[in-house]
Ligand binder design. Structure first.
Ligand code: URA
Length: 210
């Protein structure tokens, strides 16, 4: 799976193990999702283009660089909202394109229900964020949707992934890089990642058992 980039870093590994722990409280869970996303985004944006700029420092003119790209962050509702703040910390002028998918509990597949993209979305590099890359169904549909809207440069950021989903996604969208902090053992009969971390949305929003 050439399009999959597993971001290995001791800080990410450490934080991920606390994130997985069922005893980790929602406020700590949210903090960790934010921190891990922040660290991962650093890698996922490593190849963004720069333009030359001159800046007057108090001492002299510096020949320096600024981003030469407009970013659109696409959180998949709702769990990815927990990752959004970290993106704004690193890329404050990113636009947000919301994508709403919900899991059909019978088929375990994603069903589209909402999208709100910025008007200039075709000019932007899209970074889709979703904490869990499970069956790949949502990811495939989200990328199909953005490609259908004319978005050309798309990348995907997920904290925890399942090999089945990554394989399926790579067969359909080999041009879209996926950045993930780890690839777990697989999916269980309910489409949950094993060992995973449970339902990310419920843990972010403290709605377990709702
Ligand atoms: N979504 C989740 O929140 N967790 C999983 O394990 C799979 C999908």
């Amino acid at each position: 799976m050439k399009n999959v980039h597993v971001i290995k870093h001791p800080l990410i590994a450490h934080k991920l193990s606390i994130l997985r722990d069922e005893k980790t409280e929602p406020f700590h869970f949210r903090l960790l999702v934010d921190e891990i996303s922040y660290l991962m985004l650093f890698e996922a944006t490593r190849d963004l283009p720069l333009r030359d700029v001159k800046v007057q420092t108090p001492v002299a003119v510096a020949n320096t660089h600024k981003l030469d790209v407009k970013i659109m962050i696409c959180p998949i509702l709702r769990a990815a909202l927990g990752m959004l703040d970290s993106v704004f910390k690193l890329i404050p002028d990113a636009s947000v394109g919301f994508l709403g998918f919900q899991r059909n509990e019978k088929t375990l597949e994603a069903e589209f229900y909402y999208a709100k993209l910025p008007a200039d979305h075709t000019e932007r590099t899209a970074i889709i964020i979703d904490p869990m890359f499970a069956t790949g169904g949502t990811a495939i549909d989200a990328v199909n949707f953005l490609k259908g809207k004319g978005v050309k440069d798309i990348r995907f950021l997920a904290l925890v992934s399942a090999p089945e989903g990554l394989k399926r996604f790579g067969e359909i969208h080999p041009d879209v890089p996926v950045f993930t902090a780890c690839v777990d053992e697989g999916l269980n009969e309910n489409g949950y990642i094993v060992p995973g971390l449970g339902d990310a949305g419920d843990r972010v929003f403290n709605t377990l058992g709702a």
